[in-house]
Each structure stands twice: as C-alpha cells, then as structure tokens.
Design a protein around this ligand. Sequence first.
Ligand code: SAH
Ligand code: SF4
Length: 343
Amino acid sequence: MEVLSGLSLEEIENITNAFGASKYRAKQIHNWIYTKSVSSFDEMTDLGKDFRQTLKDNFLITDTKVVSKQVSSDGTIKYLIEYPDGERVETVLMRFDNRANLTACVSSQIGCAVNCSFCATGKQGFKRNLNYKEIIEQVLTIQRDTKLKVTNIVFMGQGEPLLNLDNVLKALEIFNNDFRIGARRITISTSGIIPQINHLAELNLQSTLAISLHAPNHSIRCKIMPIEKKYPIDELKKALINYVDKTGNRVTIEYILIHNLNDTFESAKELAFFLKDIKCNVNLIPYNPVTETGYKKPLKNDIMKFKYILEHSGKKVTVRLERGADIDAACGQLSGKVNNLKG
Ligand code: SAH
Ligand code: SF4
C-alpha cells in the first residue's frame, strides 16, 4: 500500500482527485500528516467517515515502526526506528529549557563509511543510504509521539549527509515546503567532503553548514579522521572560503576536544590561526566516551582555556552542552543497535 508521509500537496491532490474528492480534502490530509502529525486515519476528524475508510483501505500513513523510546533525565528523547527492510536508525529530540525550540537530530545513512576514530557510528561501517522519505519519517515519528512541532533540524545523527546529498536535498525541500521549517533553522554537518561543499556553494544553500574539523593541522586530523587523506585540511579551507564567498553565510566549525590529543594550548593557537580567514563560529564539543577508543574527555580547565584563546582571536565560541548521555544519545554515541540501549 502506498504511504502518504513524504508526499507533497500536489501528490496528495492527485490522490484526492482520483477518488473524486476536492482539493480542499488534500489540504486537510496534508495538514494532518505534517502539522498535526496523526498516527491513524481515524484522527483525521474533519474528513467524512466514508472517505476515511477509503483512505484506510488504500493507504498507510507510515510504514516505519518505533522499536523503542528512551527519555533522558535532561528531557532528551531517543527513538530507535525500523524501516520496512528491517534496518534501524536512531533519531534524537532535544529541548532547550529556556527556548521554545524543539530540535530533531536526524540520521542520513545506516552506518557511515567515513570511519572517524572517535565515533560509534563509524565503527559500524556503512550499510546503506536513507532515502528522503526515510529521513523525514524521523521527524514525523517525533511529532507523532510528542504531538509537538519540531522547529529546528540538525543532520548530526548517523551517517555523512554529503555522501547522500540528493536525498538530503530532497528532504530539505520537504522540510521547507511541507513542514514549514525554514532553511535557516536547519543545519547540515559534514566531515568535509570537498566536491559536495563546492556544489552546495553553487546551489547557494541557505541552511547552516557545519564542518567537523576536529584538528588544527594535517597530522592530527589524519590520526582521527581517515577522510583527511582524501580531502586534506588546506583544500578544505579553500572550499570553505569559497562557500562563504558564494553564499554570504558564516559556517560553523565543530571541534571535538579530546584530552591531550587536540585540546592543548598549542592546538588552540594553531586553530585560531587556521580559522583567521574563514568567516565562522566555533562549536567546541567535549568528547563523549565511546567504547574501545582509549580517548578521554577533556578537563574543564582545558575547555575554558581553549575557548578563551579562540575568543581572543575574535571568534564567537560555544561549548556544546552534552545532551542525553545517560541514554547514549549524545554526539557520536548513536549506533542504531538495540543492545546499545540501557535500562
Ligand atoms: N557525519 C557528520 C554528521 C554526524 S556526526 C559529521 O561528522 O559531521 C555529528 C557530530 O558529532 C560531528 O561533529 C561528529 O564529529 C561528532 N561526534 C562524533 N563522535 C563523537 C564523540 N564520541 N563525542 C563527541 N562528538 C562526536
Ligand atoms: Fe561518519 Fe560523522 Fe561519525 Fe565521522 S563523525 S564516522 S563522518 S557519522
């Protein structure tokens, strides 16, 4: 049976047409799917009973299942979702107390081929791309469960979004047009796939591009991110300068702080110098422990020093709050395995 989630208003109109119903019915259905995010046709109370039955007989609202849901002590919720082929993925909802924001952290692939040494997803290897419907289903899952509208989206779950760019761009279009989530409320995070960054510059992307830099130079980056051999940091810098030039938008530089590896005074100085010509904000991410890496969290004092040095160089710097670590939902901890779940 055909699934309605992921369809545009025009596509739903084609369906209502075929069943002899008006365009207005299509609008109502569209609203029930993307705004009110119902789980059943019975909840579409402004449609006639017979029409609801016709829909039930011919369509599904969704074909994904929620395998489990965990709520962290800080209010973060992690969902494990299963697609019809049995593959599973995790998606996370973060609330920030003092704001009305509800941020969904979505996955773009099952596993990831980039294999960064500090990341649980990378350890799984790459299974397959998610198609755009599977990406938007993650946000719908959150909305159906919480009955709330997601306001912000970050592509910071499992997978490398720029290695699945067609589906990510199509999902962006649906987030804009159907969910009515503005491009500026969406962030795409990448390990630095240079040709695709250049492509996004040409497309004049208006969403925020976040770059997982994590090192101030080639040799440290090589140790933790194998992608550095293919797309070296100096080339990446050129691509970022070009991106800022073409789009007029500031990029976000993400930098994981790992104790004694890239969190030293020298690294901070070198990073400040490297970022001098790039219009950017910096987001420092204290390393979240993942098994079998041997890496340690940074010391509080070193985080503060690192931040200070970058601020002193004129950058706006934030330290990312750890969210949902007690349920393995923090950055880099998503693996999509049910045996990964605690309690
Ligand atoms: N593949 C993309 C997007 C997903 S990862 C990327 O790498 O950018 C989202 C963010 O979490 C990235 O900045 C990533 O480097 C970071 N991350 C991965 N493992 C982590 C860990 N163990 N602790 C803290 N952050 C981590
Ligand atoms: Fe892939 Fe991002 Fe994890 Fe690296 S940090 S392995 S690019 S998901």
